[in-house]
Design a protein around this ligand. Structure first.
Ligand code: F0G
Length: 433
């Protein structure tokens, strides 16, 4: 079998069977990643095969994850796979957003088009396949909302019991509603994301429940295919920049690993630069990247942002993300609540729309072009991580001038679009028009 788990710590690099139920290195506590030593691929043959699979009706060929299965060969066979036809998300050109961001052109890879409305589905199909392969009956996660929605759906489809732990009062109703509807047992814990992750890890160990947070290396494998699909859609032309929001930093780790491997296997000749954008009130990775010593992340004890998806103060995957951003000659930026809100409205006006965390990308691009870090003529792909309808409450408040920033103070709706209340009277409405 080509797959192994390897400790991410350069000083350890211990190896384990891919069927061991471990989330950290048992020797040193480091993060684990899936490794495929000796795995060789024929890029030209596979590029053609992947293109051909798009027109095939087999469920796994229709999946935008399993179509690229040669890049994630951690299963002996595909019997345990549950697919909801994840991936297959579009690249959307957005001229208005480009102009706002100070770019000549900008393309969004919109992961909100996934079955549960976020990029988590790319990873979850792999995490649940591994759970079923291991014979696990129960799966658990802590979540700011999207991981739980996704895990609930895939567990439901795969006949597993889903246990979800979420910060009470701190996730959007759209996401909570999904978990309930997909039938997950849902616990709202009086603690923040970082505290609940520690709690769930203890419970998972004690009760033999399979943990499906992004610390799970198989989820990262699935999220890698976002990069493979994006490059396939661009006929393998490598962009200059990939921009994405950073929370727990699983996606940053996944994108970096995907791009490194695709280069190593000969699919691309160079790496795009990664630009990770955090919310100002939850920006420990930004701080780490600024500091001259990058060996320890100082957690933010009380992270605050209305972009609840990325309201995380102690991101577990920071060592991986640090390596990936550094290797790609990338950058980390942070943006304010006002900047996120306005960028989000601009993405909405472009007919595209996204949830708040996703809009951090465009807000970050605007800052990076203004600072001269990103050139106006750069070829940029920004990843919109979640669907517009995930958080309608935020949208209504923004457009009606009621959106309050965490520290108090109203967000100014520079792109506000208030609904107008009118009488049932054609004359009066016509006069307004
Ligand atoms: N964007 C959205 C919409 C998310 O839901 C998340 C993470 C991120 C960005 C950040 O991604 O953690 O890989 O850096 N949401 C997780 C969750 C934490 O529980 O749904 P990351």
């Amino acid at each position: 079998m080509p797959a192994e788990l390897v400790c991410f710590e350069p000083s350890c690099r211990a190896r384990f069977a891919v069927t061991e139920v471990i989330y950290n290195c048992p020797r040193c506590g480091g993060l684990l990643e899936t490794d495929y030593p000796e795995w060789k691929l024929d890029p030209e043959e596979l590029k053609a095969a992947w293109r051909a699979r798009r027109t095939c009706n087999l469920p796994l060929d229709q999946s935008g994850v399993w179509r690229y299965r040669e890049t994630i060969p951690f299963l002996e066979n595909l019997d345990s796979v549950v697919s909801l036809r994840e991936g297959n998300t579009p690249l959307l050109a957005a001229p208005q957003a480009a102009e706002y961001g100070g770019l000549d052109r900008l393309v969004f890879k919109h992961q909100g088009f996934n079955p549960t409305g976020s990029f988590k589905d790319n990873g979850m199909t792999c995490g649940v396949a591994q759970a079923r392969r291991l014979g696990m009956r129960r799966v658990a996660c802590v979540s700011t909302g999207n991981t739980s929605a996704s895990m609930a759906a895939y567990a439901g489809a795969g006949g597993l019991e889903a246990l979800i732990f979420i910060p009470h009062g701190n996730i959007s109703y759209g996401k909570l509603a999904q978990a309930l509807e997909y039938g997950a047992r849902t616990f709202q814990v009086e603690a923040n994301f970082d505290q609940i992750l520690a709690l769930v890890r203890v419970l998972a160990e004690r009760l033999g429940i399979y943990l499906l947070n992004s610390i799970n290396p198989f989820r990262i494998e699935g999220q890698k295919t976002i990069m493979a699909e994006m490059l396939d859609q661009r006929d393998w032309s490598v962009p200059d920049w990939i921009v994405l929001p950073g929370g727990n930093l699983g996606n940053t780790s996944a994108f970096g690993k995907a791009l490194r491997e695709l280069k190593q296997w000969g699919f691309i000749q160079r790496l795009p630069r990664l630009a990770v954008i955090q919310a100002e009130g939850a920006a420990p990775f930004f701080d780490l990247f600024q500091s001259p010593r990058r060996d320890r992340l100082n957690a933010v004890a009380h992270p605050e942002t209305l972009a609840t998806a990325i309201k995380i103060g102690d991101p577990v995957s920071w060592p991986k993300a640090l390596r990936e951003v550094s290797e790609s000659q990338g950058v980390v930026e942070k943006v304010s609540e006002q900047e996120i809100a306005d960028a989000k409205a601009v993405i909405g006006k472009s007919g595209i729309g996204c949830e708040p965390a996703s809009a951090a990308t465009l807000a970050g691009i605007r800052k990076l072009t203004a600072a001269g870090v990103m050139r106006r003529d750069a070829d940029v792909v920004a990843v919109l991580t979640g669907n517009l309808l995930k958080d309608p409450d935020y949208i209504y408040r923004y457009h009606t001038g009621q959106l309050e920033a965490p520290g108090g103070g109203l967000i100014q709706p520079a792109y506000g679009n208030r609904p107008v209340i009118v009488p049932n009277d054609p004359e009066k409405i016509a006069a307004l028009l």
